[in-house]
Structures are given as C-alpha cells and as structure tokens.
Design a protein around this ligand. Structure first.
Ligand code: ATP
Ligand code: MG
Length: 256
C-alpha cells in the first residue's frame, strides 16, 4: 500500500508544484514507484511532468465525479519516470459539482484506493486554497508536506492550514498528520532567510525537514521544457536538494 502525501499551503506561489514534481522525480530515481496526483485546475504539475493538459481524454475531474476509472485517466511522465493523474481547467467545475455528491470529501480517497497497491508513494499537488479540492487531498493522505519560503510573512496563514489539518484529523481522517515543513527557495546570503529558518526550527523542531531547497534558476526553467528539474539538470543544486529530500522521505517512512 502506498504512503500518500499532500503537498499543501494555501498561499500561492510558495513552491508546492515544484516540490510535488521534483520529489516525484527524486523518489523515482531512488527506485520508488510514484504516482503524482494533480489536484489543481491550473494543471501545472501535469505540464511540469511533460504531459499536455490540453490533450487529455480523461483527467482527475472525471475520476472525482465518477465518470472515469482512475486507471483510464493515468499518464506516465517519460521525463520523470513516474505516473501522473493529470488535471486541467475542467477541474475547477468539480468544486461545485461535487457539492451534490455523497461522501464528497472522500472522492479522491476512494478513487486512489484502487491503485494504491501499485505504488510506494502517492504525492498530491494541492491548489492554493483551503477548498473542497484540498479537503479531498487531506482526506486521502497519511501526511502533509508544507513547503514554505523563509520570509517575513511565511508564518502568516500557517495557523489556518494547521487548524484545517487538525479539524480534518478530528472529523474525517484520523491518520492525517503534518510530516514536515520544507524550506524552499532558500537564499543563504539573506540574513532574514537565516533568521526565519532558525525560528521555524525553534517552533517546530523535528517537524522541519533537514533538507533545504535552495533558490535555483534551473528548477524554474525546467517546466517550460516539460521536465522536472531533477531530470532537466541533475547536477544542479536544486535537483540535488530534491533528490536528498527524496532520500529523507524514504528514511522517514521506514520509521513508521
Ligand atoms: P500555486 O500556488 O500557484 O500552485 P506553487 O505553490 O505550486 O504555486 P510553484 O509553481 O512551484 O508554486 O512555484 C512558484 C514559482 O517559483 C514558479 O515560477 C517556480 O518555477 C518558482 N520556483 C519554485 N521553487 C523554486 C526554487 N527552489 N528556485 C527557483 N525558483 C523556484
Ligand atoms: Mg502549484
């Protein structure tokens, strides 16, 4: 059975998709069987994995609404060596259409149960909102990975996310826990980054991942080639950091 993780933060542009795509590719390099679930109507994870979101015959939208079997919608990222449950703009409609459905928070959980045995890891790239889609991600997952930039406003909004996770844990998914905070787009030359990073360690201790993802232009360039940064420039600092993060995740789940 796969271990399922949400990459979530309701703040926009904090590195969720970059983390989901590159952790997927990093884990694949470590011989893990990985499924990346794109739960964002922006479809950035889909495109970043090299899959054209405009040419999908079935996507996560149909899966959530029960119009398609999950296996029919799966694609493979040739550049990243992992599978993808892709998304595009249609998914925005699911938000409204799911309201009518029974068990609407658990549609993704139920869909993933059918393929869980095929993978070691399932990573879910959440949209930048605490919406019904994100709720589906949290209900399906064993844990949450929270990417954060070490900047002045980093902690703002974190309490909303933590409270949502607590509520989901209490009412909908008792397995759910915060796996860790991942420091991303880190610039060691900035004193502020160092300070916020130290604060995070003080407040959250073990919940802060040891691996730090540096700001690295190769990670930002890779999506325009439809490639994870890890495959686009394996020797870059950003790629190396995500491979190290993959190893940290593999080590963590061994202790479960
Ligand atoms: P959204 O909330 O819109 O889904 P997101 O949280 O998924 O955004 P990303 O799309 O991963 O964030 O990243 C936002 C931008 O920052 C992108 O242009 C991405 O290429 C860039 N970026 C992410 N991580 C890094 C990094 N470590 N170094 C340099 N650029 C990065
Ligand atoms: Mg994103």
């Amino acid at each position: 059975m796969a271990k399922i993780f949400c990459v979530a933060n309701q703040k926009g542009g904090v590195g969720k998709t970059t983390t989901a795509v590159n952790l997927s590719a990093g884990l694949a390099q470590l011989k893990q069987r990985v499924l990346l679930v794109d739960l964002d109507p922006q479809g950035n994870a889909t495109m970043g994995a090299g899959i054209n979101k405009a040419e999908l015959t079935a996507s996560i939208y149909e899966v959530l609404l029960g119009m398609s079997d999950v296996r029919e919608a799966l694609k493979t990222s040739e550049t990243g060596k992992f599978d993808v449950l892709p998304a595009n703009r249609e998914l925005a409609g699911a938000e409204v259409e799911m309201v009518e459905l029974e068990n609407r928070e658990k549609r993704l959980k139920d869909a993933l149960a059918a393929v869980s045995d095929d993978y070691d890891f399932i990573l879910i790239d959440c949209p930048p909102a605490l919406s019904m889609l994100t709720l589906n991600g949290l209900c399906a997952a064993h844990g949450v990975i929270i990417p954060m930039q070490c900047e002045y406003y980093a902690l703002e909004g974190l309490s909303d996310l933590v409270n949502t996770i607590k509520k989901v844990h209490a009412k909908l998914n008792t397995e759910l826990k915060i796996i860790g905070l991942l420091r991303v787009m880190f610039d060691p030359r900035m004193t502020l980054s160092q300070q916020v990073s130290a604060q995070l360690e003080q407040h959250f201790g073990e919940k802060v991942f040891k691996t730090i993802i540096p700001r690295n232009v190769r990670l930002a360039e890779a999506p325009s080639y439809g490639m994870p940064g890890v495959s686009f420039d394996p020797s870059s600092k950003g790629a190396q950091a995500y491979i190290a993060f993959g190893a940290e995740m593999v080590a963590r789940i061994k202790t479960w």
